[in-house]
Design a protein around this ligand. Structure first.
Ligand SMILES: [Fe+2]
Length: 183
C-alpha cells in the first residue's frame, strides 16, 4: 500500500499551476508586462518629485526606455506566438507603493532625491532579476528572438542602475548627508 506522507508547509498547487518551464516563462512575461506599464506613471511621479537636474534627466531617459521595454515585451509575446497579456505583479506594486511612502516621508530636495534613487534602484534590481530569469528561460526553451529582445532590455536596466549609483555617489547622497549635519 502506498504511504502518503503529508509534509507540513507544502503549498497546494492551484488547478492552473505551471506544468513546465514554458508556463513559467509565459506567466513571468505577463507579470513583467504589467510591471513595466505600471512604471510609466510611477517614473513620471518620481521625475516630478526629483530636484537634481542630473536625476531628472536620468529618470526621463529611463521613461523613454521603459516605453521601449513595453514595446519589446509585445514583440517578445509575438515571437513566441502569444498575444500580449498582463497579470498584476505584486512585487512591483509593492515597490511602487514603497516609493510613494518614501516621497511622503522626505522633504523635497536632496533628501527626497536620495530616497527616489534608492526606490528606483530597488525597482531596477527587481527588473534585472526578472529579466535575467526570463533570459535564462528563453535560452533553455530555444526562443532565440525572445532571448535577443530580453537581453537588450536587461542591458538597459543594468545601465540605468549603474547610472543611478553614479548620480548618488557624485553628489546627492553627500548633499543629503550635509543636511544631517545642519541639525
Ligand atoms: Fe527599468
Amino acid at each position: 500500500m502506498e504511504t502518503i506522507i503529508k509534509k507540513q508547509g507544502i503549498v497546494k498547487a492551484k488547478s492552473n499551476a505551471a506544468q513546465g518551464l514554458r508556463d513559467l516563462f509565459e506567466a513571468e512575461l505577463k507579470e513583467m508586462f504589467w510591471a513595466e506599464k505600471s512604471m510609466i506613471p510611477a517614473l513620471k511621479k518620481m521625475t516630478k518629485n526629483a530636484s537634481s537636474p542630473e536625476l531628472i534627466r536620468a529618470l526621463k531617459k529611463h521613461l523613454t526606455e521603459t516605453e521601449e521595454h513595453i514595446t519589446r515585451l509585445e514583440r517578445t509575446f509575438d515571437s513566441i506566438g502569444n498575444k500580449a497579456d498582463e497579470k498584476k505583479c505584486k512585487a512591483m506594486e509593492g515597490l511602487i507603493k514603497e516609493c510613494e511612502i518614501m516621497m511622503s516621508e522626505t522633504e523635497l530636495g536632496d533628501v527626497r532625491d536620495a530616497g527616489i534613487i534608492a526606490a528606483a534602484q530597488k525597482v531596477e534590481h527587481y527588473e534585472i532579476a526578472t529579466y535575467g530569469t526570463l533570459h535564462a528561460y528563453a535560452v533553455t526553451l530555444g526562443e532565440e528572438k525572445a532571448e535577443e529582445l530580453i537581453a537588450m532590455t536587461l542591458a538597459e536596466e543594468k545601465k540605468v542602475d549603474a547610472a543611478l549609483t553614479k548620480i548618488a555617489l557624485s553628489n546627492i547622497n553627500i548633499d543629503a548627508a550635509d543636511l544631517d549635519d545642519e541639525w
